[in-house]
Design a binder for this molecule. Structure first.
Ligand code: KG4
Ligand code: ZN
Length: 333
């Protein structure tokens, strides 16, 4: 039999991601971002997202095969994101993945989007070893998870309201920084004075590992209403917001590491691209002699590589889909 090789497909939101992962590692990875299209509307338009996934999937799959110089005959499985995410977008990826697997007579497997994110650092040359604490910070989730092994996850804490990325996006919107908000706010915060405003660090002065970020957005709104919103004030608010999010996440990560007795932290999801957050977490880890692992920049946000990797591991463990096509807009890890 030939060595295992898996095609991965990601379509949960506004990025169409395709990749090939096999015994020799990551062989190809292609991404089409719909960001420019959605930017016109100030956010993701679900119907437009689904249509674009349908349009882009086959060209991206062809591109991956060409780049890796492999053919469909060498494939041993197809993995796709089956949730959580936008239901129409998920169905676009699931239908293509399941149809191709059927035509090629190989198994397919639905992968949890957040499992993909949390395994993304495994694609690096020095991957973390199990067990570790994972901080997942994306547009839809903020979670602390104890990862014992692939497939063995224990939720330690999560956001009770807005996800960290959502808070970035909403705060960026009220500061008129455009979409997507995270990178825009981070760029603006670069010129900000960290001493001018002091935002709260929500839920840090009581025990537990849950988060709450909606208050920070409100704090940003109130602060912006109390001052003339010139360029400098905007940057100062952005910096104060970013510092508050980074500090809050670092305090809870430190608590999670202490509580579990672990010394490895994995940070993944769109917000893990944030440089301020990385600096703050690296500093915290240094103090307690822990090690932090991040995905490379392009694998922080949604991508096909993390889905191909997670699917490869699951198929190798003997798992595969039943006959019905599944898309789960909500799905606990
Ligand atoms: O993981 P992801 O691509 O999609 C979801 O699964 O949600 O994460 C997207 C989120 C968005 O909220 C975006 O604003 C945020 O990640 N993000 C950032 C940065 N890059 C992306 N937030 C802060 N700083 C960044 N550099
Ligand atoms: Zn994501």
């Amino acid at each position: 039999t030939q060595p295992p090789l898996v095609l991965g497909i990601e379509t949960s939101c506004d990025e169409t991601g395709v990749a090939l992962y096999g015994e020799r590692g990551l062989l190809a990875d292609a991404l089409y971002s719909q960001i420019d299209m959605h930017a016109e509307y100030g956010g993701v338009v679900p119907e437009l997202a689904s249509r674009d996934h349908v349009r882009k999937l086959i060209p991206l799959i062809k591109q991956c095969f060409a780049n890796a110089s492999v053919t469909s005959r060498e494939l041993s499985g197809v993995a796709y994101t089956s949730g959580p995410g936008l239901v129409g977008a998920l169905f676009a990826g699931a239908s293509v993945a399941r149809s191709l697997a059927y035509a090629w007579d190989i198994p397919s497997i639905g992968v949890h989007h957040m499992e993909g994110h949390l395994l993304a650092p495994m694609l690096e040359t020095t991957p973390p070893s199990f067990p570790f604490v994972a901080l997942l910070v994306s547009g839809g989730h903020t979670q602390l998870i104890k990862v014992n092994q692939i497939g063995d996850y224990q939720l330690l804490g999560e956001s009770l309201d807005d996800a960290a990325g959502e808070a970035f996006d909403k705060t960026a919107k009220l500061l008129n920084l455009g979409y997507p908000g995270g990178p825009a706010l981070a760029a603006c915060a670069k010129n900000g004075n960290p001493e001018r405003f002091n935002f709260p660090r929500p839920m840090t002065n009581r025990p537990g590992l849950d988060f709450s970020f909606s208050g920070l957005k409100t704090f940003a709104l109130t602060t912006s209403q109390q001052h003339a919103l010139d360029e400098q004030t905007c940057a100062d608010i952005a910096r104060a917001f970013e510092d508050a999010v980074a500090d809050t996440l670092a305090i809870k990560c430190k608590r999670a590491l202490t509580q579990t007795g672990l010394s490895t932290l994995v940070v993944a999801g769109g917000v893990s691209a944030n440089q301020r957050l990385r600096k703050t977490l690296d500093q915290m880890a240094k103090e307690i002699s822990a090690k932090v692992f991040y995905p490379r920049h392009e694998f922080c946000t949604d991508n096909g590589a993390m889905i191909a990797y997670a699917g490869y591991q699951r198929l190798l463990a003997g798992e595969f889909d039943e006959l019905s096509i599944k898309a789960r807009p909500r799905w606990p890890l």
